[in-house]
Write a protein of this length. Structure first.
Length: 488
């Protein structure tokens, strides 16, 4: 069984110290606490930072205890450390007792992030700087090419990441050529190696670049928070896809990349279309092409049917209707014009012959009379003058004969020209070129099949004679055209 324990009480004969009031006791404790300045470390578990407050109220804790804290707003803003739940902080301050409520607080003089928290603060500052420059803007990010021919990978040449990415690309999109830049992904110099590797695969012809690494601590991922690497990714001429760490890990490289994937394998899947997806797209394009070609052929078939129904193709002989009518008209006009022209030319030749007959005797008689008159005059002047006028008369006679010979040249040329024209218009000349002229029994030129009947007699004039014929049957041009159409 248990044993009762009673706290010791002062003996009756002992003098008790005078009791303190609550206010005095709280004042004593306040003086004792506020004189102690300490530096401690803990994890922020809650934060109250409301507009209008003069101080920031928060709580820090460890595995065994928690401590309410307050920090005046001017000190908090000067520290430049944003407090958030889960942050590991290092505080410097003193204990303070609020006597009215009997509560103890830790009055914080300064606050800094401890360990990883300091790194996170640095990363946050770099992120804010790059965001202000517009490197994280959504409108700056580029879309990925649907079917890249060359893909670049920047990652460690050792480990499972490179093998997982290559295996994914080979399985999903084996058509692409892969360029690998093996670089360190953690430790000093890793950020510079990532920048160099990114530049090398781009200069080698990569159409997009994958940057990846496996999981690790926040410190392990610090190379991917480098400012120079972030600016290189933003300035890269081709799209950049990042797959860094695990789903919960986010680096500055992820923020400025065109596409951020949760893991390296997911990054490889993001740039490589699945084979089934590609086949389905090709099938859809093939069906669309088939439908488009079918519509085009159907339209061409309808157009061909419309052309086939045109009168031009149904009755091709009608294409020459105008020419046939023109030939008939010209033939009729020629048949009427040849005899008239021949008669006109014959009449003109007769007139010219009469004119020449009238002009030649007068032209020849005039020089002879003039010679006789000159001789008579010379005879009257005396015998001594007869010799010279005789010679002059001889010369005049020669000139007269020369003039008489050329007197008819103009008329001879006119007669030749008119004879040539008459010859060209002569029906005999037309017949000599291979044509023929048919006349009926009355001598009338036959111009239409309607002028003759079967059994009638015809005389056909050709170049070297005439042919007597008997009409067996007649056929009109339109009937011949119909027969030609049937032969086609």
């Amino acid at each position: 069984m248990g044993k009762d324990v009673t706290p010791a009480m002062p003996a009756d004969n002992e003098e008790a110290e005078p009791a303190l009031s609550v206010s005095a006791a709280m004042g004593l404790a306040k003086d004792a606490l506020e004189g102690v300045v300490v530096r401690l470390m803990g994890e922020v578990s809650e934060v109250s930072d409301k507009p209008g407050y003069k101080a920031v109220y928060f709580t820090v804790k460890d595995e065994k205890a928690s401590l309410p804290c307050m920090m005046w707003m001017n000190r908090y803003q000067a520290a430049g450390v944003p407090l958030s739940v889960g942050a590991l902080v290092e505080l410097t301050g003193r204990f303070s007792l609020y006597a009215a409520k009997g509560r103890m607080n830790f009055d914080v003089f300064s606050v800094t992030l401890a360990g990883e928290g300091q790194l996170r603060l640095q990363v946050a500052n770099v992120a804010r700087e790059l965001e202000a420059m517009g490197l994280m803007a959504a409108e700056r990010k580029r879309s990925l090419p649907a079917y890249p021919e060359v893909i670049g990978i920047v990652t460690s040449p050792r480990g499972s990441v490179i093998h997982d990415m290559l295996r994914t690309l080979r399985r999903r999109y084996p058509l692409a050529r892969v360029l690998v830049a093996g670089v360190p992904v953690e430790g000093p110099g890793a950020a510079d190696g990532l920048v160099d590797g990114l530049a090398k695969v781009v200069f080698a012809g990569a159409e997009m670049v994958l940057i990846g690494r496996g999981g690790g601590s926040f410190e392990d991922l610090m190379p991917f928070n480098d400012r120079r690497l972030a600016r290189t990714i933003a300035a890269c001429p081709v799209p950049v896809v990042t797959g860094i760490g695990h789903e919960t890990d986010t680096t500055i490289a992820d923020m400025v990349a065109d596409v951020r994937a949760s893991t390296p394998t997911a990054a490889a899947e993001a740039v490589a279309p699945a084979r089934a997806q590609t086949e389905g797209r090709l099938d859809a394009l093939g069906q669309a092409l088939h439908r488009a070609e079918a519509r085009r052929l159907e339209g061409a078939s309808r157009a061909l049917e419309r052309l086939e129904s045109l009168p031009l193709f149904r009755e091709p002989a009608r294409l020459f209707d105008a020419e046939a009518l023109a030939i008939d008209d010209l033939s009729d006009r020629l048949g009427r014009a040849l005899p008239d022209a021949l008669r006109e030319r014959q009449h003109r030749v007769g007139l010219l012959a009469e004119a020449v007959a009238r002009m030649l005797p007068a032209a020849l008689a005039r020089p002879a009379s003039q010679v006789s008159l000159a001789q008579s005059r010379l005879a009257m002047r005396g015998p001594m003058l007869t010799d010279r006028p005789a010679a002059a008369c001889a010369r005049d006679g020669q000139r007269l004969r020369a003039v008489g010979e050329h007197l008819t040249d103009r008329f001879r040329n006119d007669v030749a020209v008119n004879a040539a024209r008459l010859h060209d218009l002569s029906p005999l000349t037309v017949i000599g070129r291979g044509f023929s002229v048919a006349r009926d029994a009355s001598g009338t030129v036959v111009r239409s099949v309607g002028q003759v009947r079967a059994g009638g007699a015809l005389t056909v004039a050709v170049a070297d004679g005439e042919i007597d014929c008997t009409v067996e049957k007649t056929r009109r041009i339109d009937a011949a055209i119909e027969d030609w159409k049937e032969d086609l």
